[in-house]
Design a binder for this molecule. Sequence first.
Ligand SMILES: Nc1ncnc2c1ncn2[C@@H]1O[C@H](COP(=O)(O)OP(=O)(O)OP(=O)(O)O)[C@@H](O)[C@H]1O
Ligand SMILES: Nc1ccn([C@H]2C[C@H](O)[C@@H](COP(=O)(O)O)O2)c(=O)n1
Length: 222
Amino acid sequence: MSLPLVVALDGPSGSGKSSTARGVAARLGLAYLDTGAMYRAVTWALLQRGVDTDDAAAVAAAVADVTIESGTDPAEPTIVADGVDVAVEIRSDEVVRHVSPVSTVPQVRTHLVDLQRQVIAAATPGIVVEGRDIGTVVATDAAVKVYLVADPEARASRRAAEEGGSDTAATAASLLRRDRIDSTRATSPLAKADDAVEIDTTFLTLDEVIGQIVALAEEARS
Ligand SMILES: Nc1ncnc2c1ncn2[C@@H]1O[C@H](COP(=O)(O)OP(=O)(O)OP(=O)(O)O)[C@@H](O)[C@H]1O
Ligand SMILES: Nc1ccn([C@H]2C[C@H](O)[C@@H](COP(=O)(O)O)O2)c(=O)n1
């Protein structure tokens, strides 16, 4: 019997991780885990409790009671926090503003990395996992590791278009703020694993990026 295939997909905000990961998982018949949605869901739950997200000690004390469940069907991924479906709420501006500081707290990371490893261990025939630290921390033995990048302008204009033509300059500022916090935090910063393949998606279509990663996965499986 072959080992479950794990595809680790990391990269900065808006580089195309979610859309690419879902496409790869659908093409290969694998599960899909959006770890960013888990950090967003914890942030939503802490805000609901009135926790000051800039107070690391308060965040650390509150996070142990937060329950997160992730549905891993790439056609219909789900995210539930404290029993509430928060798929819409976690995309709010308020959650976006608070998620990066929350993600710097070591107890938050330990709590979620444990959950992520449980989901990965249960996934047959395999799973595509996307985030910031999948290749470097969560699944260091993944058979395929990809690090997606794209020019900040491309990332901002794609995200602004997705949001129905919102202000591209404001979107760019928000993406760059998250990049800075995510890549400079002390614990598990956003980083390319030494053995990851870097793909610059700036001038590639989504289908082209998916095709490149499917080819890497098929090579790893053969
Ligand atoms: N190669 C591509 N070409 C054009 N558009 C793309 C490409 N990849 C992704 N997109 C589009 O860019 C936008 C951002 O992609 P996506 O949400 O997948 O990025 P992300 O890295 O998961 O972002 P975040 O880290 O903020 O969750 C989406 O509208 C998506 O459809
Ligand atoms: N493995 C991960 C995934 C996400 N985060 C943090 C940092 C991001 O700004 C935030 C939201 O992620 P997104 O939904 O935009 O992919 O969550 C992290 O620290 N580690």
